[in-house]
Design a protein around this ligand. Structure first.
Ligand code: HEC
Length: 143
């Protein structure tokens, strides 16, 4: 039963997740979300130097990764070597809202990249980056 989860928001943001992720064990979810976060860091770092089709591809990758994170923190998945704090499930609406903001910013990145608007693209990269720190501040164990 692989139904795609799609949530729509006022600003026309659609969150589409990979249905295969639902089948992962809690341990696999931890590994997958950590891998996605690392990858996002790399994409963000390199994105500023990109333009045209490459910039669009980078934005698409971020949109997919950040969307998938919305299903990679189910209750009971704070297992093993995880930096996920219990507050994720106490304030889950806040946690998910940051991910929606992140997907919105990554979508703005894509729109700007498609239009060739370098200023808007740079601003959107900053907006995505801001959501990383905003979430970690509250929801991730300090290392
Ligand atoms: C909605 C909250 C949230 C957002 C947004 C978010 N993170 Fe995270 N991040 C976390 C949590 C929680 C963990 C700990 C996950 C775990 O260990 O289970 C984490 C872990 C990480 C890690 C460590 C991964 C590892 O190998 O242990 C890195 C790197 C990271 N995030 C980078 C980023 C970057 C870059 C962004 C922005 C593009 C980002 N994160 C956005 C919540 C978030």
């Amino acid at each position: 039963m692989a139904a795609v989860t799609t949530l729509s928001f006022a600003q026309d943001i659609t969150i589409t997740t990979d249905p295969a992720l639902a089948a992962l064990s809690p341990e696999e979810m931890v590994a997958k979300r950590q891998a996605i976060m690392k990858e996002d860091g790399g994409i963000l770092k390199g994105a500023g130097a990109l333009s045209g089709a490459e910039a669009v591809t980078a934005a698409d990758h971020l949109i997919a990764n950040l969307s998938n994170l919305t299903v990679l923190f189910p209750e009971g998945s704070a297992v093993g070597d995880t930096g996920a704090l219990p507050v994720i499930w106490e304030k889950n609406a806040d946690f998910q809202a940051i991910l929606v903001t992140a997907v919105t910013a990554a979508t703005a990145m894509k729109t700007a990249a498609t239009a060739g608007d370098a200023t808007a693209y740079a601003d959107a990269i900053k907006a995505v980056g801001a959501t990383c720190g905003q979430c970690h501040q509250t929801f991730r164990q300090k290392s």
